[in-house]
Design a protein around this ligand. Structure first.
Ligand SMILES: Cc1ncc(COP(=O)(O)O)c(C=O)c1O
Length: 409
């Protein structure tokens, strides 16, 4: 039996509690969607104002050198490297996750010309499926999309690359990165992990797991702001043979030599493409600076406790209303969000949002709740579940529009 007092006790003992003041959330809002768009760090708007007013407004083009804008993709990549168990030479920030997937998949296929198959998981995030298919079509490779439990069986000797998401966007199912990477390597395949729901949420050790390639979002647990650029990782050992299919000038060894001939930069920098979106990039840096002194083990530990608490509270307070746990009960196999399936999940989520409890809906029937340890406490979760119970008990979701869904759910 859990209750509000238990939540209060857990909050009082929480070493991450002080981080809450480093974010700005609207009063009264219980924000359970940081897995989709991270909250606003308290320092971001001052940082952006300085960039706009001083660096851009006053220093103009000189800021590329004077404020080291040109080094931002690598500098910010190094800050992400620390969070994912990589070296600063292996991570760069550029483009979107979708674009980085494409660049890395094509590069990996070209680096393995004797193998013509890619394996991915059915139900992977749509952009991963679409981009992998389009890269396969471009190269003339075969894409094998199999259910999660058949991924290992599908990795045969002709597979060049395995493309998987570490924490599933709907269910939060967390795959065993080390074991699957080893299995791919045993068959001579490379592996690319999408870390969009992992980076900044769970402990990662890409080097320790011998991961080849990875990508991830900057606007979720890294709190970079809407549309913040993505990061990509290439293990140092692969960098000499990996070439971006979009050989932009920022990936040139010497962009300001303005040569006709493309010569790739050393290392991961060659995967830069065009001029980086500085405002978004520096907003991402402000988000990462909040995490600079945070311990990923502590963050994951609290996320797991919050997941267990939330599941227990929902099952205790909301039983009999048709909610079905769609996430793993074992916290070691779960990321930092928890999902419940319900035939009316969209309307229920709309009713919750109306009451200032913000989660999201993933078609066809998933109500998803992001549990971000840095700015959420256990009492917030308790309050959210009380409101969920009220919405279900009084059926206030029935008055929500069901026919016309918002474009973004
Ligand atoms: C696993 C995963 N990959 C990729 C993306 C999005 O990629 P992009 O930033 O290119 O839209 C998401 C967005 O939610 C995601 O969950």
């Amino acid at each position: 039996m859990i209750d509000r007092e238990a939540a209060v006790r857990l909050d009082a003992a929480d070493p991450l509690r002080p981080y809450r003041d480093r974010f700005r959330l609207p009063p009264g809002c219980i924000y359970l969607d940081g897995n989709s768009l991270g909250a606003l760090p308290a320092t971001t708007s001052a940082r952006l104002t300085r960039v706009v007013e001083e660096e851009w407004g006053q220093h103009l083009i000189r800021s590329w050198n004077d404020h080291d804008w040109i080094a931002a993709p690598a500098r910010i990549g190094a800050k992400i490297a620390r969070l994912i168990g990589a070296t600063s030479k292996e991570v760069i920030v550029a483009d979107s996750t979708s674009a980085n997937l494409f660049k890395l998949i094509v590069a990996a296929l070209r680096a393995r010309p004797d193998r013509r198959a890619i394996v991915t998981e059915a139900g992977n995030f749509p952009t991963d499926l679409y981009v992998t298919q389009s890269a396969a079509d471009l190269i003339g490779a075969e894409l094998r999309t199999v259910s999660t439990e058949h991924v290992l069986d599908a990795i045969s000797e002709d597979v060049a690359l395995v493309v998987l998401t570490h924490v599933h966007y709907k269910t939060a199912a967390r795959l065993d990165m080390r074991r699957i990477t080893q299995a791919a390597h045993a068959k001579g395949a490379l592996i690319l992990w999408d870390l969009s729901h992992s980076a900044g949420a769970v402990e990662l050790d890409l080097n320790g797991a011998a991961v080849d390639l990875a990508v991830g979002c900057g606007y979720k647990y890294l709190n970079g702001g809407p549309g913040a650029p993505s990061f990509l990782y290439i293990a140092e050992r692969h960098q000499p043979v990996m070439h971006s299919p979009v050989a932009g000038w920022m990936g040139h060894r010497d962009p300001f030599a303005f040569r006709d001939q493309y010569v790739p930069a050393e290392g991961v920098d060659r995967f830069l493409c065009g001029t980086p979106p500085l405002l978004s990039l520096l907003s991402l840096e402000a988000g990462l600076d909040v995490l600079a002194d945070a311990d990923m083990g502590m963050i994951e530990g609290k996320a797991r406790m919050m997941g267990d608490f939330f599941i227990a509270a929902v099952e205790q307070s909301c039983s009999g209303f048709g909610l079905e746990l769609a996430s793993c009960r074992d916290s070691s196999a779960r990321g930092s969000h928890v999902s419940f399936a319900h035939p009316q999940a969209y309307a229920i989520m709309q009713a919750l949002i109306r009451r200032n409890v913000i989660g999201d809906f993933r078609a066809p029937d998933i109500a998803r709740f992001g549990l971000t340890p840095l700015y959420l406490g256990f009492e917030d979760l308790w309050n959210a579940v009380e409101i969920l119970r009220d919405v279900l008990h009084r059926e206030t979701w029935r008055s929500e529009t069901q026919e016309t869904r918002a474009r973004v759910t």
